[in-house]
Ligand binder design. Structure first.
Ligand SMILES: [Zn+2]
Length: 113
């Protein structure tokens, strides 16, 4: 996924600029905060614990991805940079899988997000 491409958030309609947290659902690209708001709204504020757990796992993985991007910039030697890039891609793959699980769980509740 190229970082030069830009998307519009399907909730608020504003552009998703690089550095902003966002995710992809079956509905398209959405700011992470907008997604959380949709989930909170659907459950009227009492979000099931398993949904919270998966959202926190996403937070955790995303923090890791942000940290790895920072380390990537700081790395000087090519193979060190390469090792960090491959770990970042691994985490991005994991985040995408967790997002699928989260969507599956939300679908079971019939949630709109
Ligand atoms: Zn948004």
């Amino acid at each position: 996924m190229s970082s030069t491409r830009s998307w519009k958030c399907y909730k608020c309609g504003r552009e998703i600029v690089p550095g902003m947290r966002f995710t992809f659902t079956k509905n398209g690209a959405i700011h992470w905060e907008c997604f959380r708001e949709n989930v909170r709204d659907f459950f009227n504020g009492s979000v099931p614990e398993d949904v919270n757990v998966l959202m926190e796992l996403m937070d955790y993985l995303n923090e890791g991805i942000i940290k790895l991007r920072e380390l990537e910039v700081r790395a000087i030697v090519d193979d060190v940079k390469g090792t960090i890039v491959s770990r970042r891609k691994m985490l991005e793959g994991e985040a995408a899988k967790v997002m699928k699980d989260l969507e599956g769980l939300l679908d079971r509740y019939g949630a709109k997000y």
